[in-house]
Design a protein around this ligand. Structure first.
Ligand SMILES: *Cc1c(COP(=O)(O)O)cnc(C)c1O
Length: 337
């Protein structure tokens, strides 16, 4: 048994028993190997290093109330990574292989899954990279698929606390027909500079408008934009350059199940001041409520202020309830490993 202080876990790297590695060569994936050493040996000319053939995913595995270990919607991540692979000319990983590989690496790291009741989970980080040497610009001839795992703590220790967001008109994250809709490492490199500035200025998250006109809301750097209208409608932007978030998709379905109207459509910047609640959603936190959105020296104050709004709070607890096996999993989202 590991000697881990579950209560003080944050969201940071920790050595575990293993990660799993598969290599694609001559048209086929290797059967995969569990590796303890966190360092990987790679060719200096690997396409991931030079030309950004690098995709990743993020999902969570939970120790549930009944003692079983379940992953939350892993097929959705597998399918998304497949789309990312195709768009970046990498060898795709089939869903079955992704799930098999996930099962193996989780079962080799059972001691690292935070116990039920601690609010933690095992964070799963699949990676797909071009590992073959490639100096002329072209897809690599070898790929490496890996899954790293690490225990993470609850994001909110004392309830959901809202954060301030900023819009920077000097930077864009994803072009209209670019790679915003797939999970490539380069999207994060593109947003890091603005992200560091935002952090420095006291904004944990930055919100992006559409790159073409800066008229419509798209998403935060690493999470989707969601809002609740005064009449209880769930609103989220429809745009090619927004990453299709599994969490957003989950929240939308729960909203529908709760009888809420759901609108996926363009969201003009001007509409921001009309929303009753605003949040950022993604796997790591589920929902982060937003209290203010700054653009230059103008500020939009969200009516819920320093507290999380009731609708986002309810949605958050529904998701967590399903993830920990406390509420019925009517959509078969949880996969026993
Ligand atoms: C990963 C990611 C999200 C969140 O997606 P989830 O599947 O909910 O974790 C949102 N936006 C961007 C840009 C992302 O890369």
């Amino acid at each position: 048994m590991q000697n881990i202080d579950w209560a003080s876990l944050g969201f940071k790297y920790m050595d575990t028993n293993s990660h799993i590695v598969h290599v694609w060569r001559d048209g086929a994936w290797s059967k995969g190997e569990l590796v303890r050493d966190p360092y990987i040996k790679m060719h200096i000319a690997a396409s991931a290093l030079h030309y950004g053939q690098a995709a990743f995913e993020g999902l969570k595995v939970f120790k549930c109330k009944d003692g079983k270990v379940r992953a939350f919607r892993p097929q959705a991540n597998a399918e998304r990574m497949r789309r990312t692979a195709i768009r970046t000319c990498m060898a795709p990983v089939e869903v079955d292989m992704f799930l098999d590989s996930l099962k193996r690496v989780v079962n080799d790291n059972l001691d690292f899954i935070p116990p039920y009741g601690t609010g933690g989970s095992l964070y799963i980080r699949p990676l797909l990279i071009g590992s073959g040497p490639q100096i002329g610009v072209a897809p690599a001839s070898e790929y490496t698929f890996m899954i790293m795992v690490m225990p993470v703590g609850p994001y909110y220790k004392g309830g959901l606390s809202p954060v301030r967001a900023a819009i920077y008109d000097d930077y864009d994250r994803a072009a209209p027909l670019g790679t915003g809709d797939i999970k490539v490492a380069g999207n994060y490199a593109a947003s890091l500079y603005a992200h560091v500035q935002a952090k420095h200025n006291g904004f944990p998250v930055e919100l992006y408008l559409d790159a073409k006109e800066h008229k419509f809301v798209e998403e935060f750097a690493t999470s989707n934009f969601i809002a609740i209208k005064n009449d209880g409608t769930y609103v989220t932007p429809d745009s090619h350059s927004v990453l299709p978030s599994v969490t957003n998709n989950t929240l939308k379905q729960i909203a529908v199940d709760l009888g809420m109207p759901v609108e996926t459509r363009p969201v003009p910047f001007e509409e921001l001041e009309t929303f009753a609640e605003i949040g950022a959603c993604g796997t790591a936190v589920v929902v982060t409520p937003v209290s203010e959105i700054w653009r230059g020296d103008k500020v939009i104050k969200v009516p819920t202020g320093d507290k999380c709004g009731p609708v986002l709070e309810k949605l958050y607890h529904q998701v967590q309830g399903i993830q920990y096996g406390e509420l019925p999993d009517t959509h078969n989202w949880c996969v026993e490993l």
